[in-house]
Write a protein that binds this ligand. Structure first.
Ligand SMILES: [Zn+2]
Length: 243
C-alpha cells in the first residue's frame, strides 16, 4: 500500500477461492479475518470478503479503497481498487462493511451494515434462523464509468481472448445496475422449491415484468441478480412460466 500513488490502482488476486467459499472456514478466518458461507453465490461473497479485508487493512493507514472492477472465475477472484487518502474517506469505506445473513431454508438474504456484532436475525420470510457471512464489503463492485471505458477500449484494441473479455464485460454492464448482495441460481431455487428450473433469462424477464431490476451475472451462468425479495422470486418460480 505504501508503494501506491494517491489515486493509484491496486489489483488483488486471490487463488484460494475454495477457502473464501467456505470449504475451510478456519483458514478464511486466519487469512481474511472473516467468516465465509458456502452458498450458491459464494464466489461473490469471496470477492466481498477479499475487498473487506483490503479495506480494513488500508484504513489502518488512513487510506480508503474503492472497488472499480471485480470478477471471478472458478480458479481465482480478482478486484481492482482505487486508493485515496484521508481518515474520513477511510471511515466512509469502513461504513460499507458489514454482514450478509442467509436463510438456508428459503434462500432469503439480508445485508446488515456495521462491524459490531449483531444478533443473527430470523428470516423475515420463513422465520428460520439465518446464517452469517462477514465482515465483508456490502457496497458496489463496479464503477460504471470504468466498465464503459473498458468496453470502448475492447472495441478498438486487439485483445487476446476477445470473446471471453467481451462476454464478461457485457454481463458486468448489465449486473452493475442491479443493487444486490448475492444472486439466485435457478438450480438452487429448483432444489429448494421442488420445481424444474426455469432458464435464467426467463426468470430475469419475469422479474422485470414484476417491476424489479434483474440481470444475468458473470459469476454464474445459472445465476440471476435481482433487487426483488425472495417472496417475488419464489412466486414466479412456483408459478412456472406459461408458454
Ligand atoms: Zn427463510
Amino acid at each position: 500500500l505504501r508503494a501506491l500513488r494517491l489515486g493509484g490502482f491496486l489489483a488483488l488476486t486471490a487463488t484460494d477461492t475454495a477457502t473464501l467459499c467456505g470449504v475451510n472456514p478456519k483458514a478464511c478466518l486466519r487469512r481474511y479475518g472473516a467468516k465465509p458461507l458456502k452458498t450458491e453465490y459464494c464466489h461473490e461473497l469471496a470477492v466481498r470478503i477479499l475487498i473487506g479485508a483490503a479495506v480494513r487493512l488500508a484504513a489502518r493507514r488512513d487510506l480508503a479503497l474503492k472497488p472499480l472492477f471485480t470478477h471471478a472465475t472458478d480458479h481465482y477472484v480478482r478486484v481492482y481498487l482505487q486508493m485515496v487518502r484521508g481518515a474520513k474517506r477511510a471511515d466512509e469505506a469502513l461504513s460499507r462493511l458489514g454482514y450478509l445473513y442467509h436463510c438456508p431454508n428459503c434462500l432469503a438474504r439480508q445485508p446488515l451494515e456495521g462491524l459490531l456484532p449483531h444478533t443473527p436475525p430470523k428470516c423475515g420470510e420463513c422465520g428460520f434462523p439465518m446464517e452469517a457471512a462477514g465482515p465483508l464489503w456490502l457496497g458496489g463492485l463496479w464503477h460504471p464509468e470504468i466498465v464503459e471505458a473498458m468496453l470502448v477500449e475492447l472495441s478498438k484494441a486487439e485483445v487476446g481472448r476477445f470473446r471471453e473479455a467481451s462476454n464478461l464485460l457485457s454481463k458486468v454492464k448489465l449486473e452493475m445496475n442491479v443493487e444486490s448482495v448475492g444472486y439466485y441460481t435457478v438450480d438452487r431455487l429448483a432444489e429448494v422449491y421442488h420445481r424444474t428450473p426455469l432458464s435464467p433469462s426467463r426468470l430475469a424477464e419475469a422479474l422485470s415484468g414484476e417491476g424489479f431490476k434483474a440481470s444475468p451475472t458473470h459469476f454464474n451462468p445459472q445465476g440471476v441478480r435481482t433487487e426483488a425479495p425472495i417472496s417475488v422470486v419464489k412466486k414466479i418460480f412456483l408459478q412456472g412460466l406459461k408458454c
